[in-house]
Design a protein around this ligand. Structure first.
Ligand code: SF4
Ligand code: SF4
Length: 184
């Protein structure tokens, strides 16, 4: 190769880009439009969640906490739903495991914090994130479904609630174990 060809090629690339508009933006003053279905974050939608904890079991980092109490109709009341984003690696396994697509990939990407502990999000924070997302998208979930068409509410019948609560007459189950107080 002739001496100086590399420099000439490099300069050609430089001159080509001098007359093009810049590809960078002045973040955070300017922000790029992110596609609405970009997998930027995790969003949890309580109205779709049954509290089954499949997401928590699928998470390799153990950063999802689900705490429920059973209702009389066999559904579960979600007392706590929390995600520890300090240890989340955004692998998306929880979103794939959820049978109701109650946790989905999407939402904002500008969620850097000054205080590390603020990356732990409880049910209230996750719900407000989900609500502001649905406001921005006119009620469309990241998976493209519309909120009013898929009203999967936990108080509505689900596979679990269609099964009669066993009670004392039902098949042998945990309810037949002697309570701690009655054990010999
Ligand atoms: S994205 Fe991965 S690490 Fe984060 S909560 Fe879901 S399963 Fe866990
Ligand atoms: S987010 Fe999905 S997998 Fe997790 S508890 Fe709710 S319904 Fe079950």
């Amino acid at each position: 190769m002739a001496y100086g060809m590399g420099i000439a090629r490099g300069l050609m690339v430089t001159f080509k880009h001098i007359f093009h508009p810049p590809v960078t933006v002045n973040y955070p003053e300017e922000q790029r439009q992110v596609p609405v279905r970009a997998r930027t974050n995790l969003l949890w939608f309580e109205e779709r969640c049954t509290g089954c904890s499949t997401c928590a079991q699928a998470c390799p980092d153990g950063c999802i906490l689900v705490q429920t109490t059973p209702r009389a109709d066999g559904t579960l009341n979600i007392d706590r739903y929390e995600i520890d984003f300090r240890i989340c690696m955004y692998c998306g396994l929880c979103t794939e495991a959820c049978p109701y697509q109650a946790i989905q990939a999407g939402g904002r990407y500008d969620d850097a914090v000054y205080v590390f502990e603020n990356m732990y999000r409880n049910k209230q924070t996750l719900t407000s994130e989900a609500h502001s997302y649905l406001e921005r998208t006119s009620g469309r979930y990241p998976n493209g479904q519309l909120q009013e068409i898929i009203p999967l509410r936990t108080q509505m019948p689900t596979a679990r609630s269609r099964v009669q609560v066993a009670g004392e007459e039902g098949p042998i189950g945990p309810q037949h174990l002697p309570s701690r107080a009655n054990r010999d």
